[in-house]
Structure formats: C-alpha cells, structure tokens
Design a protein around this ligand. Structure first.
Ligand code: BTN
Length: 245
C-alpha cells in the first residue's frame, strides 16, 4: 500500500489488490481515518455493487475507490450524500469533455450507457462513498457491451487514473461538505441531468413491477413516478429500466 496526499490535500491509500475498498475505508474509519480520506485499489477481489450485486472491473483499467466521510450533520440527512455523489461524478466528467447524466438515484450514464456505479454505506459515525468508475476500460464482456461504457471508449483517450481519482474524489468531497446547506441547489443540478425524467420505465420495488412515466425529482430527492393516473414519490426502487424515451 502506498500512502500520499492528493493535489487537493486528501489522504490517499493506494492498494494494488483489496477485497473491497469500501471494507478498507470502513476499517480506516473505525480507527483514525480522516474525513475526506480515499482508499483506492487497482484490483478488487470482492467488489460490491448495490442490492448485493458484484462489481467487477479489469485490473488497473477502472478506478475502484472509497471516500471516507465523517458527516457533522444529522443522520436523517445522510441519504442526501448518495444522491449528490452521482451529481458530483457527472459534473467532474464535464472537465473531460463528457456529458454525463444521472440515472436516479446515482448511476452515472454517458451516451445512454453506465460509466460509473456508486455504493454508499453507513458505518458507525462514518459514511463510505464507494465509486466504481470505468476510466480506461477498453471493452466489456458481451453481456455488458450494450449497457456499459468507459471514458476511454467515449473519448478515445487513455487517462491518468491518479489524476482522475484526485479530481473526482475532490469534487465529491466538496459536494458532501456543502450538502447540508446547498441541497436545493444541488437538486436543481440533478434535475438538469436526470436521465429518467419524461421516460417510460418499468419500476421494480418490493417485488412488484409497474410501468409508468418518471415526472421528476421532488424537494426531498425522491423520484416522482406516475402510474395509472397517480403520482408516487419514491425514496428507493430496486430497479428502474427505461422502456421508451
Ligand atoms: C453499483 O452500481 O451497483 C455500485 C457499484 C459500486 C462499486 C464500487 S468500486 C469501489 C467500491 N468498493 C466496492 O466494493 N464497491 C464500490
């Protein structure tokens, strides 16, 4: 493991192999890990996705990292961190000439394909923000090729992963530090980049699948789903699949 300070003064722990950077960040948080500390691994042997999925990425092509946060605001507002992380990543990608959208709650999409997945976990007094960003991934397995993309595939450019890490983790930290007071403004940013608004989707929640139209995001960050003439505000969904633009 190599430890150093990023360009933005964040403490970075860089591993060649880890089970899951979220686990390492949790352990760091349980000891003396600093707010804004970053754990990154070239390769994860047990990378986790949301809803129990596995997160796999070719070694040294993507970025698998976790940001350790020690929020000073009340716990009932912590869920906002998950929402604004997607926005922060999407905004960071602007700097590389990529137009990214957020598929609520926090998947980051470019050209209709997923470029980044985010897993936020609470652990004691800490929040661990796990980010899987497809930076230099050259190709995906057949079953993912239609759904996943990378910065390299979209631009033809090979990026310096350490520079992308430092920028993206800095922008996420800035959003996390401002979320308590600036959430309404961040919601505006999310609405502008929402990949779902106006789309017909199939939405799975608690084992039920319904078809409807996404009408936007409300003041609490919940998604507005219209089905059978009724609009419901949803705090979470197991799966949202776009059926029609
Ligand atoms: C998803 O889209 O399901 C979320 C994927 C999150 C993957 C990242 S990679 C770094 C961090 N460590 C993990 O084990 N998971 C997250």
């Amino acid at each position: 493991m190599t430890e150093y300070k990023s360009l933005f003064d964040q403490q970075v722990r860089w591993y060649s192999v880890a089970n899951s950077t979220n686990d390492l960040a949790q352990q760091w948080g349980a000891s003396d890990g600093p707010h804004g500390g970053v754990v990154v691994a070239d390769e994860q042997t047990a990378g986790r996705g949301r809803r129990g999925a596995v997160w796999v990425c070719p070694a040294s092509e993507g970025l698998a990292f976790s940001l350790l946060l020690r929020p000073t605001f009340p716990r009932f507002l912590w869920s906002r961190l998950a929402l604004v992380t997607g926005l922060a990543v999407a905004r960071s990608l602007d700097r590389y000439g990529l137009h990214a959208e957020v598929k609520w709650p926090n998947d980051v999409y470019v050209a209709g394909k997923k470029l980044c997945g985010i897993l936020v976990e609470a652990s004691g007094d800490c929040v661990i923000v796990g980010v899987g960003l497809n930076v230099n991934v050259a190709d995906f397995p057949d079953e993912l090729r239609d759904y996943a993309t990378s910065m390299k595939i979209e631009t033809g450019i090979e990026f310096a992963r350490n520079e992308v890490l430092e920028l993206v983790s800095h922008v996420i930290l800035e959003h996390a530090n401002q979320v308590e007071h600036d959430f309404p403004h961040m919601l505006q940013g999310l609405r502008q980049r929402c990949a779902l608004t106006g789309k017909t989707v199939s939405l799975t929640t608690a084992g039920f699948v319904k078809t409807g139209v996404i009408r936007g995001i409300n003041e609490q960050g919940e998604i507005l789903f219209e089905s059978e003439g009724e609009i419901s505000a949803l705090f979470q969904a197991d799966q949202i699949r776009i059926i029609r633009d």
